[in-house]
Design a protein. Structure first.
Length: 111
């Protein structure tokens, strides 16, 4: 391996590590923000979360898929639940699509 190739591989590895850290940090902030908004008891959409923390910076990542995955993960965790209501997206990049409206999940009572 040439010295130049070794330096390029090193830089590439460092960039991958930074991006992985950024994505994990974004996921943690996303979860904290959903919990905070849900605790208020108000209906909200993923755009309300993004208004506070923004999209993930990882360029190769499909940011919209990441947002949907995180909302569903928070639902599986029992923090939020989807309502039957839909709202039109306000972000220009969303092209006016309909977004699910979420609320704080009600505690399940054991039968």
């Amino acid at each position: 391996m040439t010295e130049q190739l070794g330096l390029e591989l090193k830089e590439h590895g460092m960039e991958q590590a930074r991006q992985a850290y950024d994505v994990q940090t974004w996921k943690a902030r996303f979860a904290e923000t959903v919990e905070e908004i849900a605790a208020r008891g108000w209906p909200f959409t993923s755009e309300d979360v993004l208004a506070r923390i923004g999209l993930p910076r990882e360029a190769k990542m499909n940011a919209n898929n990441a947002v949907g995955a995180m909302m569903n993960a928070m639902a599986k965790k029992g923090v939020i639940q989807k309502t039957t209501e839909r709202r039109q997206a306000m972000r220009y990049s969303s092209h006016g699509r309909e977004l699910a409206v979420w609320i704080r999940a009600m505690p399940r009572e054991d039968l």
